[in-house]
Design a binder for this molecule. Structure first.
Ligand SMILES: NC(=O)c1ccc[n+]([C@@H]2O[C@H](COP(=O)([O-])OP(=O)(O)OC[C@H]3O[C@@H](n4cnc5c(N)ncnc54)[C@H](OP(=O)(O)O)[C@@H]3O)[C@@H](O)[C@H]2O)c1
Length: 280
């Protein structure tokens, strides 16, 4: 029986999708450069977008692909294009591409998601595009130490709002797109159900952790300096300033209907995710 290839399988979204699909007894292949645990419905396949010699084994018995490029790097277009061309050559036509909400507002270096969306359409794929907003899991993934040890959230998000989305909602949408008809040639904008500032998130975390968590609202300059002083490459600081600048400029203040449209239920609120991530 044909399987679904999950790229980015060791990452936040790949793992969530693998969990959702294998719980439904759907056979998946988990593709990444690093091995990971499998179960009776999943198998691991070594895979590197930058190494064409890994492509053939990755797509054996596969007829659908969840395509996710890594974060915190530019050049994603060049990294993913050889694999997309390979899929076309093989006639593997059904691709769910993991894009991003409002990426057109992040500046010139962030055109890669839109360019890849266009490529999939121009190359004749039966694509589904997922455009998720900022993940509710970012607080755990990127700020766990800041929050639990330093009692702060530290991002250059200003006082703008975002509708943080639960990666398990995204995974459920992806699972439906990959296993049901009717999602071809569709683009889904996926957000959470409420618009919140970083101050609002700090207030939620204060309640959940029962200790004061603050949001110092760093300027981009202060943010860059703190990251560079702590040893992070300046590139990472600049990348995050561009991404979170979308919130600061109040350009992420949209609640989209993608989750409700596909799942027929309301999107999960951020407080539920924060409780899950910080209270266990
Ligand atoms: N964070 C947000 O709020 C947000 C919002 C919207 C969209 N996005 C988009 O979400 C995507 C990131 O998703 P995520 O957070 O789930 O990622 P993640 O947790 O950082 O995981 C990245 C995955 O990519 C794999 N990977 C990295 N380099 C690879 C390569 N050369 N070949 C094959 N696999 C490679 C990694 O596996 P190995 O290292 O094991 O190979 C890992 O499984 C990005 O495209 C970003 O633009 C993020």
């Amino acid at each position: 029986m044909s399987k679904i290839l999950i790229t980015g399988a060791t990452g936040t979204n790949g793992k969530a999708l693998a969990e959702v699909l294998t719980n439904r007894r759907v056979a998946v292949k988990l593709a990444s450069r690093n091995p990971l645990p499998t179960n009776e419905y999943s198998e691991y396949v070594p895979f590197d977008f930058a190494d064409v010699s890994t492509f053939e084994a990755a797509v054996a018995d596969v007829d659908r692909v969840f395509l996710l490029g890594p974060p915190l790097q530019f050049g994603i277009e060049a990294l993913l294009t050889p694999f997309i061309d390979f899929l076309k050559e093989k006639g593997i036509n059904r691709v769910v591409y993991f894009s991003a909400f409002a990426s057109e507002k992040m500046g010139d270096n962030f055109e890669f998601h839109l360019n890849l969306e266009k490529k999939l359409a121009a190359d004749g794929f039966a694509y589904t595009i997922l455009r998720p907003s900022f993940f509710a899991q970012n607080f755990k993934n990127y700020e766990f130490e800041n929050i639990t040890q330093r009692n702060i959230i530290f991002m250059p998000a200003g006082l703008g709002k975002a509708a943080f989305v639960d990666v398990y909602d995204i995974a459920e949408v992806a699972a439906k797109a990959l296993t049901e008809d009717g999602h071809e040639h569709k683009t889904y904008e996926l957000t959470g159900p409420e618009l919140l500032t970083y101050e609002d998130i700090a207030a939620y975390l204060t309640e959940i952790l029962d200790k004061k968590i603050t949001y110092p609202n760093p300027t981009p300059e202060v943010f860059r300096q703190v990251l560079v002083d702590s040893g992070a490459p300046e590139f990472v600081a600049n990348y995050l300033i561009s991404v979170y600048g979308v919130i600061a400029k109040k350009e992420a203040e949209v609640i989209a209907d993608g989750v409700e449209l596909v799942l027929g239920r309301k999107a999960t609120n951020v407080k539920t995710v924060l409780k899950r991530d910080f209270k266990g």
